[in-house]
Design a protein around this ligand. Sequence first.
Ligand code: RTP
Ligand code: MG
Length: 177
Amino acid sequence: MGGSQSSTTEQPKKAPEPPATMNMSGINEKTFIMVKPDGVQRGIAGEIMARFEKKGFTSCGAKLVHASKSFAEQHYIDLAKKPFYGGLTTFLSSGPVFAMCWKGKGVVKTGRKMLGTTNPKDSAPGTIRGDYSIDIGRNICHGSDSVESAENELNLWFPEGIIDGFAPSRLQHVYEN
Ligand code: RTP
Ligand code: MG
């Protein structure tokens, strides 16, 4: 066997230094994402968490909660006049949900896009609802619809507070300088 060999003794190039400044504007925006009882029962909670992790968002809190009917009513209080309110809140309190707080630039709007439109029949493939659900009343997940709703929902679901001071070292590989 002959032939030339490329040098294997050459030292790998040093990784570039992290940027001195990153465009951190807005990276502390937070949203409340919840895997509803159907998603927990079907074993999709980990997959949904993984999607937010892989996107680059930072987890600020996660827990299983079995909400009471009155707690579920509080969560969906804005929909109290809708004909489906009773069924929706009975379902939400029917078993454990996986409650999460996610942080990152544009996380409220992007989070909603990742969930997909409310009715899974119209949710794009690639979205969580588009990939995993069929009926509107079993659409797997909830996401806050505004920064203000997120704040209210996080106060409701995480009265003990969230982990907010944590800035993972990977941020310099998530955000551009
Ligand atoms: P979510 O709050 O759960 O993230 O859903 P969303 O913002 O996309 O939709 P929203 O209007 O807030 O409705 C909350 C949940 O109620 C059920 N729903 N049923 N039968 C119906 O016409 C109907 N409309 C809404 C859905 O499970 C929806 O996620
Ligand atoms: Mg909603």
